[in-house]
Design a protein around this ligand. Structure first.
Ligand code: AMP
Length: 211
């Protein structure tokens, strides 16, 4: 079975952007629990209605819900997956090993980025509601038409949880719950720290060098 990749990092550290580059350059498969949850909200499914408020507040959805969604959307036997936004706590890290990786080797990349850079990136982040392309109103603004230049169809949106108050809560939750996950993998010896405060391409090159 192919090696699996786990992307850890605070909100705004560039996990999603980096995952897209890996899909583009190396043909990896990308699974983002945040994207899967937002899709459910958008569809208005029972699950989406259940998690909508939790996402708006920047809190974590229950492990069971996230894990079921993840399990239904990836199969490590079919290639190299990038797990983006999962695991978020120690319980999820153990579940991932036990239930999904099933002995398959993994490398964990931790996208390390100072708090103030994360806040700045999140407040200026915009996304395409259709294809998920990521823009930044300061460093890489979307077209003035408000329509995505990549899929040429989706509307550019400001994520509800990218508002300042929720951002601070998400960063707090990240520090408290995902911080120990970083330590967990560090102790196991399969964690690579990447300086994610630099440009996207530079960060991507650092990741590729470690593969
Ligand atoms: P993200 O797109 O990774 O920043 O995730 C957006 C939101 O989805 C988070 O603030 C959580 O509410 C929820 N979420 C995403 N991944 C997980 C996870 N692994 N466990 C619990 N909640 C999650």
């Amino acid at each position: 079975m192919k090696k699996q990749l786990i992307f850890l990092g605070g909100p705004g550290s560039g996990k999603g952007t980096q995952a897209k580059k890996m899909v583009r350059d190396l043909g990896c498969k990308h699974v983002s629990t945040g994207d899967l949850l937002r899709e459910e909200v958008k569809k208005g499914s029972a699950l989406g209605r259940k998690v909508d408020q939790i996402l708006k507040e920047g809190h974590l959805v229950s492990d069971d819900v996230v894990f079921e969604l993840l399990k239904a959307n990836c199969d490590v036997k079919t290639g190299t997956y990038i797990f983006d936004g999962f695991p978020r706590n120690i319980n999820q890290a153990k579940e991932l090993d036990r239930e999904l990786l099933d002995g398959c080797e993994s490398i964990v990349f931790y996208f390390d980025c100072p708090h103030d850079v994360l806040v700045q990136r999140l407040t200026s982040r915009r996304i395409c509601g259709k294809c998920g392309a990521i823009y930044n109103i300061i460093t890489g603004p979307p077209p003035s038409s408000g329509i995505c230049s990549q899929c040429k169809d989706g509307k550019i949106e400001h994520r509800k949880d990218d508002q300042e108050e929720t951002i601070l809560e998400r960063l707090k939750v990240f520090k408290e719950t995902t911080g120990p996950v970083v330590k967990y993998y560090e102790e196991r010896g399969n964690l690579v720290r990447i300086d994610a405060s630099v440009g996207d391409e530079e960060t991507h090159n650092m990741v590729v060098r470690h593969l």
